[in-house]
Design a protein around this ligand. Sequence first.
Ligand code: MLT
Length: 264
Amino acid sequence: MNLSNPIQYAGLYAAEFGEGTFFLAVHGFPLDHEMWLPLVSYLSNDCRLVFPDLRGFGKTSFPVNEITTMRQFAEDLHQFLTQKQQTSRIVVCGLSMGGYVALHFARMFPECLAGLVLCDTKVAADSQTAADNRRRRADALPTTGLPALADAMIPNLFALNADEDKKQKIRQMILRQSLNGTAAADRGMAERPDMTDWLPEIHIPTLVVCGEQDQISTPTEMKTIAERLPNADFVIIPHAGHLSPLESPKTFAAYMKEFLKKLS
Ligand code: MLT
């Protein structure tokens, strides 16, 4: 595996690998940049992989308020890129919550993008019940704690027969997040707007990726997202669940290589 070059701009920590097209990958909830590491050996000869830790997650020790909106995360990433002097020809890829952030980024800063990758994510807002549940979960988090959150989430993150080792790594990743950062992002997700009507306006090349067994953002739901986008392809990662890039990094990377070739 190539060695990581840790970088820090605008208060955000990121790991960087390889050379070429700037590929910014945004992690899901409540994870950090390490979820992308299985891709390094497959993709670092094809692009420059940059994996940031969002505000309140991983090694980014950034002040966190009561709520971190998806818009705030996208603004943070733009600040990061501005300070890094890399604000054009970027591919932004986001998984689940990272996909909400990537969509906000595409809406707010389209001039920065060469391509967009939406993995195992949604474009609709939460229902009132789902949003209320999230807010309750966030408020209770200091009492219930991260182990209970991990227990509740992990069964839905992976495909049946997923590797136990990968599950354990994700569990450890969840346990090391901060309570404040996690609760703030959960409240932020509850507030996120419905982006459905905006999809026809995204003309940048987009790849929509879904794990075949994703129970959170199902293949049917994600195919509909791709159909609403004017310039999108849709791919399914066989035998993978909600965390498709880390469950099947080789297959995921093969699709990324094809997508990057199309952009060049
Ligand atoms: C994620 O994987 O980021 C979460 O499933 C997002 C969410 O809770 O909506």
